[in-house]
Design a protein around this ligand. Structure first.
Ligand code: ATP
Length: 597
């Protein structure tokens, strides 16, 4: 069977890690221990409900025997009343058991979701960038959905099914040990097909998840970069990539479908056998006087009753595989090594020092090759250089967004990667073109780094970035809802909010990467001036695309091919007649009011 069967597709291209199955089991055991009370209550209530359900067939069997022996109508009424009573009891107990199971499942799910969000927020940015946001998106949507189904319904239903099956087998044995024989007949085929299935299903479902992540990744990239794709005429290539992803996703789905197509028909055919055998053997036994009619009836009813939970167990064995694979993908996020480790050291001073900094986004492809740079407190440093030289990368390293692959970036003698994130943002912050507007009011957007900021602080910060006038002109002022469902902000307004947020965060060093490039050039100059007034006395490292920024700076660093090629004041560099002098010459020649881009 295995030789002719399709093999599981390989896992994702560059996915985030996936936890291994012993880790998943350990995690599940920890959760069960932590929520022992809810779990215990669920098990006890379901066991009681199952026991109540076992009285019916036994009483019905007794009723048949009694009637055969010529029982009175009163006795029959008592037995029928008892059957009804146990039915009601079973219903009531099941209701409370479902409630306890729901509480258990929802609790587990909530805990898992919170852990997952916490872990995602701590993920090193470089890892997310490398893996692609599609992987993370599919884990937080598709995998959380699959797991939610398993945790809410799968775990409780499987528990009920196991308890009910065990108790029903015991009840069968009590009717007659021989009554268990028809059940034993189906154990070997079910066991074989289940083992066959479980050996293949985890890898199959993991591959399915990875393929889905690739597909989401590709589609997200295509939508995000739609304009670039159109401009460069890459539509065909993107379509081919999407087709290839769909083909691989289809192959992965087909593989798991194949597993189900072998597993389910075998299991389903096994359900009919025990009932038929019980009737056959029971009839034979009754004719020969080995069993009473009541025993045969009770055994047949039990046999029919047990097929429900067995079917549930097998069905959920399938769904639990999907849930297990999703759990492995969610827990895998915790397996990403941290890129920072708080050492507890406090910076002594505000000087920023980069020593022999090297950085590779992709192993083996270094983009910064040993950068050394000292920025003293209060200095204004401009970084200029050709596109792709490594300015943004260096800026991100100086702001502590990425840790260097080798070398160190330290503030006041403490490497940035040894500062807790909260402390780091109070020291140095990066502001670039990516300005996310969070759903909420303008005020809520601004106080994110400083929840205790007063309206006066907020107004000062808005005024510093020239945004106070338009914010106050809005009908609800600071309380105006913005973001997905609120008032739409222009990109320049969003950028101003980000700058105001930065003023409120109050770090002593700022790295500006094209921070003002979306704003009209005349407004940009204006904004830079008012920002400069607020930033007086702070260290500013500005990645400059307009050379007037470099002209106004204390020093200019020219970045070329991942290294600092020139470093000095504007005058010094112009006098040297090197690369910067050439840039200045060509820009100045075009007039200082226009952009160099
Ligand atoms: P620009 O002025 O165009 O923004 P830059 O000087 O800021 O360019 P960087 O953006 O730092 O240069 O890029 C330096 C090198 O690193 C380039 O070769 C670029 O392709 C590469 N690079 C940048 N970001 C990534 C990334 N996320 N993954 C892989 N390579 C990257």
């Amino acid at each position: 069977m295995a030789a002719a069967s399709p093999s599981p597709p390989a896992t994702g291209r560059h996915a985030l890690p996936v936890a291994d199955f012993p880790d998943v089991r350990r995690y599940a055991a920890q959760v069960a221990r932590r929520r022992g009370r809810d779990l215990g209550l669920t098990v006890v209530l379901f066991a009681l409900a199952a026991i109540a359900g076992l009285f019916g067939p036994r009483l019905f069997g007794a009723l048949i025997d009694d009637v055969q022996r010529g029982s009175t109508a009163g006795h029959v009424d008592v037995i029928v009343a008892l059957i009804a009573l146990f039915l009601v009891l079973q219903t009531v107990l099941t209701r409370y058991a479902q409630l306890a199971a729901g509480r258990f499942g929802e609790g587990v799910l909530a805990e898992l979701r919170e852990n997952f969000v916490g872990r995602v927020l701590e993920l090193p940015l470089s890892v997310v960038e490398r893996a692609g946001s599609g992987d993370l998106l599919s884990r937080s949507s598709r995998d959380v959905d699959a797991l939610s189904k398993a945790a809410r319904f799968g775990v409780p239903t499987t528990l009920v099914a196991i308890i009910t099956t065990v108790l029903t087998v015991l009840a069968l044995a009590l009717v007659s040990p021989w009554a268990m024989v028809p059940l034993l007949v189906i154990v070997p085929p079910i066991w074989v097909v289940l083992r066959w299935y479980l050996k293949r299903a985890p890898a199959g479902y993991l591959a399915e998840g990875a393929r889905y992540a690739d597909l989401t990744d590709g589609l997200t990239e295509t939508v995000d970069g739609a304009r670039t794709i159109e401009a460069l005429g890459l539509q065909r290539r993107r379509l081919e990539r999407t087709d290839e992803d769909i083909r691989r996703q289809y192959a992965a789905e087909r593989y798991t479908l194949y597993l189900r197509c072998v597993f389910w028909p075998t299991a389903e055919s096994c359900y009919i056998v025990p009932v038929a055998l019980t009737l056959l053997l029971g009839g034979l036994g009754y004719v020969h006087g080995w069993f009473s009619l009541g025993q045969v009836t009770a055994a047949t009813l039990y046999m029919q009753q047990i097929m429900g939970p067995i079917d549930e167990m097998l069905a959920w064995a399938d769904e639990l595989q999907v849930g297990g694979a999703s759990l492995a993908r969610l827990l895998g996020v915790a397996g990403v090594p941290a890129d920072r480790q708080a050492s507890g050291a406090r910076p002594d001073g505000e000087d920023l020092e980069a020593a022999d900094v090297r950085y590779s986004y992709v192993p083996g492809r270094e983009v910064l090759h040993g950068v050394a740079l000292s920025v003293r407190a209060g200095e204004r440093l401009a970084m200029v250089g050709p596109s792709g030289a490594g300015k943004s990368t260096l800026g991100r390293l100086l702001a502590g967004i990425h840790g260097p692959t080798a070398g160190s970036v330290a503030v006041g003698g403490v490497p940035l990667v040894e500062l807790p994130l909260g402390d780091l943002r109070g020291q140095v912050a990066l502001v670039n073109q990516e300005h996310h507007v969070f759903a909420g009011t303008i005020r809520e957007n601004l106080v994110l780094p400083r929840p205790d900021a007063t309206d006066a602080h907020i107004r000062d910060a808005l005024s510093a970035v020239d945004a106070l006038a338009w914010v106050e002109a809005l009908p609800q002022g600071l309380q105006t809802p913005v973001g997905a469902e609120g008032h739409t902000l222009s990109p320049a307004q969003a950028q101003q909010l980000a700058l105001a947020r930065l003023v409120l965060a109050d770090p002593h060093t700022l790295v500006l990467d094209e921070a003002t490039s979306l704003i009209d050039p005349r407004a940009a100059r204006h904004l830079e001036r008012s920002l400069a007034a607020v930033l007086e006395g702070r260290t500013v490292i500005a990645i400059a695309h307009r050379l007037h920024t470099a002209h106004d700076a204390d020093r200019v660093a020219v970045v070329e091919n991942g290294m600092i090629a020139e470093l000095g004041s504007h005058e010094e560099l112009v006098a040297t007649g090197g690369a910067y002098a050439g840039l200045w010459e060509s820009w100045h020649g075009r007039g200082s009011a226009t952009s160099d881009r």
